[in-house]
Design a protein around this ligand. Structure first.
Ligand SMILES: [Zn+2]
Ligand SMILES: [Zn+2]
Length: 378
């Protein structure tokens, strides 16, 4: 099927209209008409090649929701007309230990997990294109069901911002009554506050933006620590049972470590670029673990969607037209954004100017449908 989208043709370039083919569903795959796609900070990082592994054209978007329009042979879980979502991954080997454990994001198969866009690079330099487009084709194991209580625009950010903060809470043992610090109150952090609250914990917002304090209390934070106030930080020393840092760039981690009780963990989910000057002394003296965590597996992603539906948890969103994506990126870089932009893909479907000026680009790679050999061979 012919689809339209927006992509960066080179490092740091503005996103411009493109068109390309998505090949019809193979056995085990599903075609989705995309209605919405969330705008994640990692979309900017990858357009700018901040992590040094970007491929171009770079067509971002991994918070995808829409409607099933076709299913391949052997698809069992979904039917035409279902409301569905796709998050950060579209494929994995399905056969390795992490895949069997439901941690497909840590797949150690030959091609590792295939990211929704900008992957796989290994072994042959092929690319994938994400959700800043009107349609996508994905194997059914990587398709999520959108609960009735969630609209497509509200569900979209849960597929990255929601799962990325929920999974470490679950994995690292957040319990009822614990105090959990959430560092960075943006797209991920504002979801983390609501999720921690729903799990019975006490969310504590750790922010450099005191002007956000009223808003974070409204979201459910029991307490707010203004990290720009040294005295406040000092008074809160050793008061937290866990911290999740969603801050998407290098920053001074030491003040955050000082907030943790002994034998607890600070989990980094937002920054892949390292921390200068991280002092190990306070970590050693208090048996503090600084850990990392990447998104979450498919079963956990469905779990967080269902949890949000059950508890009425919703991201704060601003719906934008596809053509306004470059402005949205600028606003996110300048932090003049409240939580999450979500692209309304209907805006591109009826944008005649964008469609007629679209540059034709190569079809994206989809990878083999491994772990379903009887279908792949059919
Ligand atoms: Zn993301
Ligand atoms: Zn695997």
């Amino acid at each position: 099927m012919k689809v339209h989208g927006y992509a960066a043709q080179e490092k740091g370039a503005h996103l411009t209209p493109v068109t390309f083919d998505r090949v019809d569903p193979r056995p085990g795959e599903i075609a989705i008409d995309i209605t919405h796609c969330g705008v994640c900070h990692s979309d900017i990082h990858q357009v700018n090649d901040d992590w040094g592994n970007s491929l171009y054209p770079c067509l971002p978007g991994h918070e995808i929701t829409g409607t099933v329009t076709a299913v391949g042979e052997g698809v069992e879980k979904f039917a035409v007309g279902d409301r569905v979502g796709v998050g950060c991954m579209v494929n994995s080997c399905q056969e390795c230990d992490p895949c069997h454990k439901g941690d497909e994001q840590y797949c150690i198969g030959p091609k590792s997990a295939t990211l929704t866009y900008n992957g796989p690079k290994i072994p042959d330099g092929t690319n994938t294109y994400g959700g800043y487009s009107t349609g996508i084709v994905v194997r059914e194991e990587f398709v999520l069901r959108i609960p009735d209580a969630l609209s497509n625009e509200v569900a979209a950010p849960i597929l990255c911002a929601g799962i990325t903060t929920y999974q470490p809470m679950k994995h690292f043992g957040l319990e009822k009554g614990m105090s959990i610090g959430i560092a960075g109150i943006g797209g991920l952090g504002h979801m983390a506050i609501q999720l921690a609250k729903a799990l019975g914990a006490h969310p504590v917002a750790l922010t450099n933006s005191p002007e956000k304090m009223d808003k974070v209390r409204e979201l459910g934070a029991d307490y707010v620590i203004d990290m720009t106030d040294e005295k406040v930080v000092e008074d809160a020393a050793q008061s937290l049972d866990m911290i999740i840092s969603t801050i998407p760039y290098p920053h001074d981690l030491n003040p955050y470590v000082s907030l943790l009780k002994p034998d607890t963990k600070l989990i980094v989910v937002g920054n892949l670029m390292g921390f200068d000057g991280l002092q190990t002394g306070p970590m050693v003296m208090n048996r503090i673990t600084v850990a990392g965590s990447l998104i979450g597996g498919i079963a956990d992603t469905q779990e967080v969607l269902d949890l949000c539906a059950k508890h009425g948890i919703a991201p704060e969103i601003e719906v934008i037209a596809m053509k306004d994506i470059n402005d949205a990126f600028d606003r996110m870089k300048g932090e003049d954004v409240r939580f999450r932009h979500v692209i309304d893909m209907a805006s591109l479907k009826k944008d005649e100017e964008a469609r007629s000026s679209a540059k034709e680009i190569d079809a994206p790679e989809r990878g083999e449908v491994t772990g379903r050999k009887e279908l792949a061979d059919a």
